[in-house]
Design a protein around this ligand. Sequence first.
Ligand SMILES: NC(=O)c1ccc[n+]([C@@H]2O[C@H](COP(=O)([O-])OP(=O)(O)OC[C@H]3O[C@@H](n4cnc5c(N)ncnc54)[C@H](OP(=O)(O)O)[C@@H]3O)[C@@H](O)[C@H]2O)c1
Length: 262
Amino acid sequence: MATLPSVLVTGASTGIGAAYADRFARRGHDLVLVARNRKRMEALAARLRQETGVAVDIVEADLTQADELAVVEARLRDDAHIGILINNAGTAIGGSFIEQSTDVVTRLLALNTTAMLRLCSAVAPRFAQAGEGAIINVGSVVGLAPEFAMTVYGATKAFALFLSQGLGIELGPKGVYVQAVLPAATRTEIWEHAGADVNSMTGVMEVDDLVDAALVGFDRREAVTIPPLPDVEQWNAYQAARQAILPNTRQDQAAARYRTTD
Ligand SMILES: NC(=O)c1ccc[n+]([C@@H]2O[C@H](COP(=O)([O-])OP(=O)(O)OC[C@H]3O[C@@H](n4cnc5c(N)ncnc54)[C@H](OP(=O)(O)O)[C@@H]3O)[C@@H](O)[C@H]2O)c1
């Protein structure tokens, strides 16, 4: 029997990433855990080694720091055992756009977009060459909704969705599967970081339920998985509406409503 690929999970010290690590370990995959908090990753690794017998490596890295991110990129490029990348590390910030400092929003982009992009870029050529491999990018339903008033966070999550859909189109024919996972509110520490009290909110999913549902989508090889969305036809209609616009955008004249001369 072929050995299962190792799984590299970013943001694996807690929350959704830790749940992914748990589930892939139970499926028999060796793991590489990436985050800043070594202590938490060591505790998780010890538990998973004991409970599942898989090998677990830890890479302590702040993915907003180019030199630390480069270590993870090199690991993805060079370690042929890694066949699944889970780009999960991410954070959210509170406040409105004018309250958020330029430095804070820039750091948010470094983690939520640049790190995701660079890790995809590091691993995709090897996966394409091998004709197999999978990338899971954790986005958010906030990336569909400027109305939610989480503008920069939502923009990073729109990036995650677009990147995943585009990479899926490019890499799918080469045997590489790319999944965007779009959670809605899920009970993790991210809410604390954004200055919100998750316990006062309704409609919050438990993290294990979220990840188990996302893995159903993964096993089905869905391009986009939105665990809480009851009716997938709503998503399909949204995609169809977007695609219907596309043929109309290639014109040698501006649309009549924009013409300044008759
Ligand atoms: N929870 C929700 O309601 C929700 C909804 C939609 C989407 N999401 C997305 O799901 C993903 C996981 O979020 P979560 O809810 O599980 O959040 P979380 O509980 O706050 O966990 C975030 C993870 O990312 C790691 N991380 C944060 N900053 C990092 C950095 N600079 N470098 C490396 N690792 C870093 C954290 O570990 P360290 O602190 O140890 O570095 C932690 O392991 C994020 O992309 C988030 O945007 C969450």
